[in-house]
Write a protein that binds this ligand. Structure first.
Ligand code: GN1
Ligand code: MG
Length: 390
């Protein structure tokens, strides 16, 4: 048995005892998704004859698959807090998702065969398992305004469900996450050791781009410090390929819950829009052609506000444009800093990968800035307390 199969097997009986299958030999362990931090696999176990006849099981339809992840503990230094937050979330949702008008599912932690939350392998790697949302799909880019609307709706559903959970019941699994001034400070530190000889044009472009936006980059943290924006439970990473759609095209789940923690909903809204309104996607090689699609943003915000207008304040609306601009800029800064630091944070496929990714996010930021007037007018038109609302 390979090491991966052996680790998966340590969750398989726990999975079985959660009522999904009676016996559980691991059949396959396959890479899943394209996350930049953790390593993720989809495990298929063979259902017992009893559960096959009881559920008329078909592959992928009978719940005999689960997700296995190796947590990157260089980044999530207290993986037990990640599991703790997911448990708090599951318990909260169990109490509050009873009467939803449409399908909505949230991944849950699966225990090991001996009832623990993790398997620690021989080299100290932390492995955990979670349920796989069947009968749903993810996409790396948004395909249509309808898709955008559902992505927005899904994020709002998640925020709405969490809005009754006190933010301080969640631990901080990743300190400094989305605190742009913190990323700027790290960047400035890294810059000190950058030899001027290595400043090729693309690097120089990134340096200038950041330099021109340094003062503004404090905008959300300043608003938080001034009490204009409040901490709420957030997802932290609601990029478009973390929002699953069911066969009818409706959003059914928000996955990848490691960064659920107290934060500003603005981080989530910004992340959702910067990922969903970039039709070329964040991995494009063609950064000069990157554009922010304001029509998709309109649909996404409309979908979001279908539910979120119930809890957003006037100040929240006021900072929406900055949030959209800032989270694209912040991700560019994070990629660029990591490039300069030798790509120690984000997984890379080649040495220039993080530089390429930074150029994409900065081009997206520039496109957002070019459409500032249009975007602000759009946000204003969607704000129920605005004078311009018909
Ligand atoms: C990372 O690993 P993944 O792809 O789910 C990162 C996000 C970035 C994203 C960019 C914990 O998420 O903040 O937006 O890459 N997650 C963490 O693709 O830093
Ligand atoms: Mg993630």
């Amino acid at each position: 048995m390979s090491q991966l199969h052996a680790i998966a097997a340590q969750f398989a009986a726990g999975f079985a005892s959660s009522g999904q299958a009676a016996t559980a030999p691991v059949v396959t362990v396959e890479p899943l998704g394209n996350g930049n931090i953790n390593t993720t696999y989809l495990v298929t176990i063979s259902p017992s004859p009893a559960s096959v006849s009881a559920k008329a099981a078909e592959p992928g339809q009978s719940g005999q698959r689960f997700v296995l992840q190796r947590i990157n503990t260089d980044i999530f230094r207290q993986p037990e807090l990640v599991v703790q937050n997911m448990t708090v979330l599951s318990e909260h949702l169990e109490r509050h998702t009873g009467d939803l008008p449409r399908r909505w599912e949230t991944p849950r932690i699966l225990p090991t065969n001996s009832g623990d939350s993790f398997v620690v392998d021989e080299s100290g790697g932390y492995w955990r398992a979670i349920t796989f949302i069947e009968n749903a799909q993810v996409f790396d880019t948004v395909k249509s305004p309808d898709h955008a609307r559902e992505v927005g709706y899904g994020l709002a559903m998640f925020h709405t469900l969490l809005s009754t959970l006190p933010a301080d019941s969640l631990a901080d699994t990743l300190q400094g996450f989305h605190i742009t001034p913190g990323y700027l400070a790290e960047y400035e530190q890294t810059l000190k050791s950058l030899p001027s000889s290595s400043r090729q044009p693309d690097i120089q472009h990134c340096l200038n781009f950041i330099e021109q936006r340094k003062a503004w980059a404090h905008v959300l943290e300043n608003a938080k410090a001034a009490g204009e924006l409040q901490l709420r439970p957030i997802h932290g990473d609601p990029k478009v390929n973390n929002i699953m759609l069911g066969p009818n095209g409706q959003a059914v789940s928000l996955i990848d819950l490691d960064t659920v923690k107290p934060g500003l909903v603005h981080y989530d809204i910004g992340d959702c829009l910067r990922s969903g309104c970039n039709p070329l996607g964040e991995e494009t090689q063609n950064w000069r052609s990157v554009e922010f699609d304001t029509q998709l943003a309109k649909a996404m915000l409309e979908g979001y506000l279908t539910l979120a207008s119930d809890f957003l304040t006037k100040q929240d609306y006021h900072y929406l444009y900055d949030a959209i601009r800032l989270i694209a800029f912040e991700l560019g800064l994070r990629f660029f800093s990591d490039y300069l630091a030798g790509s120690v944070y984000f997984n890379v496929k080649h040495p220039e990968h993080n530089l390429d990714r930074a150029l994409v996010q900065f081009q997206l930021t520039a496109s957002i800035e070019k459409q500032e007037t249009e975007l602000k007018a759009l946000i204003e038109s969607l704000n129920p307390s605005s004078d311009q609302t018909p």
